[in-house]
Design a protein around this ligand. Structure first.
Ligand code: UD1
Ligand code: UDP
Length: 367
């Protein structure tokens, strides 16, 4: 059984669901928690995945208690009815943690996809760092995307026999999304100007840090006539309120509804640079050689920083402003960051995971 509930989990698990469904020896059941609704359904539609179970837990402005208690109480019956041989969860969301906890209570084996990412700061990202460490205690199969993630797990005492280096399934998803002939009305609006691609949603950034980010972005856009920013905004009403307060009336930014993953990857591939606090986008942009200013204080994805494509700029207004300006005005700095690299995978992660579950030999992914 594969369980997921938010947009990024769906983007990274749907290619795996489709791979597992191609394997005759495996019966694959999909359960979504519906932690996200519209943003999840958008991805299910893109990958043509129809869930067998949908817990439909999302409510407006849900807090961590709401998500945790609603999944915990609703998933028990599904797990008891299906009694899966193994449950696959992904990454670090509340869906991931609560599903793994429920499996532990019922003594059902857990496989953790995207295992071993760490900042070792339990509040950053919050609550994700706790979630992934907690799942790491429970999981029997650990599908680490990179050798660094695998090393983290070994340092924590996980048995090497439970760890498989597979690459990240998002790189598999990206094999089918970006195309040369792609067009979109928003890209026509950008025209010959520099496309600045923006996303923001982290729970620990809600409030002052998010206002800082938007203010810095606004200052730069007001000063730079050759930039056009596209910001597909998260559906969290708290994010929307902050964006409305800080960015409304700026005609160099288009704030649009969440876009389909195909659009998102094509926008990323064509942008001049990206400003984000997202996890997944830190993995995607390096493949296209697009510099990313990561508006966070920590990252669990240091591979992209080492590759030179990601720069951690924190959430201080002046720091974001200075780094953004530097990449617009200093050609050398920009070129240093804009080299394509793929430190997160080779596009065959799903096949490796399916092979492992079928008991076949697999070759670890190495950069
Ligand atoms: C969640 C994950 C985070 C992940 C992010 C991806 C947790 C604790 N957080 O955070 O790790 O990076 O998803 O986007 O698991 N909403 C809608 N429709 C949707 C989705 C969200 O209206 O399709 C609104 C609802 O008001 C909801 C709010 O957004 O209450 C927040 O959603 P939630 O899943 O609680 O947190 P995220 O910040 O999205
Ligand atoms: N994404 C998308 N549409 C959007 C914004 C993002 O499809 O409007 C994709 C993006 O390409 C990446 C994933 O969503 O694959 C990242 O999700 P998010 O930032 O919500 O979560 P995180 O990765 O931070 O957990």
């Amino acid at each position: 059984m594969v369980v997921f509930g938010t947009r990024p989990e769906a983007i990274k698990m749907c290619p795996l669901v489709n791979e597992l469904r191609r394997r005759n020896s495996i019966e694959t059941i999909v359960c979504v928690t519906g932690q996200h609704r519209q943003m999840l359904d958008q991805v299910l539609h893109t990958f043509a995945v129809e869930p067998d179970y949908d817990l439909s837990i999302m409510k407006d402005k849900q807090d961590l208690f709401d998500i945790t208690s609603n999944i915990l109480s609703r998933i028990r019956q599904v797990l008891q009815e299906v009694r899966p041989d193994v449950v696959l969860v992904h990454g670090d969301t509340s869906t991931t943690f609560v599903t793994a906890l429920s499996c532990f209570y019922l003594q059902i084996p857990v496989g953790h996809v995207e295992a071993g990412l760490r900042t070792y700061n339990i509040y950053s990202p919050y609550p994700e760092e706790f979630n992934r460490q907690a799942v790491g205690i429970i999981s029997e199969y650990n599908f680490a995307p990179t050798s660094l993630a695998a090393r983290n797990l070994i340092k924590e005492g996980k048995s090497p026999d439970s760890i498989y280096i597979t690459g990240n399934t998002v790189i598999d998803a990206m094999q089918h999304t970006v195309s040369d002939g792609y067009t979109h009305p928003e890209l026509e609006w950008v025209g010959e100007n520099k496309l600045i691609f923006i996303t923001a949603h982290r729970r620990e950034n809600l409030g002052k840090p998010m206002h800082n980010m938007f203010r810095a972005i606004r200052r730069v856009l007001d000063e730079h006539h050759d930039c056009r920013a596209i910001y597909p905004i998260h559906m969290n009403p708290l994010v929307r309120k902050a964006a409305e307060q800080e960015l409304s009336g700026c005609d160099r930014i288009h704030i649009i509804e969440p876009i389909d993953v195909v659009d998102c990857h094509n926008f990323e591939a064509r942008c001049y640079l990206c400003l984000t606090d997202s996890g997944g986008i830190q993995e995607e942009c390096p493949s296209y050689g697009r510099p990313v200013l990561v508006m966070r204080n920590t990252t669990e994805r240091p591979e992209g920083v080492d590759a030179g494509t990601l720069r951690l700029v924190g959430t201080d207004e002046d720091s974001i402003y200075r780094n953004f300006i530097e990449l617009l005005e200093n050609r050398l700095s920009y070129e240093k960051m804009s080299h394509a690299s793929n430190p997160y995978g080779d596009g065959h992660a799903c096949e490796r995971i399916a092979d492992i579950l079928e008991g076949k030999n697999y070759s670890p992914w190495v950069l």
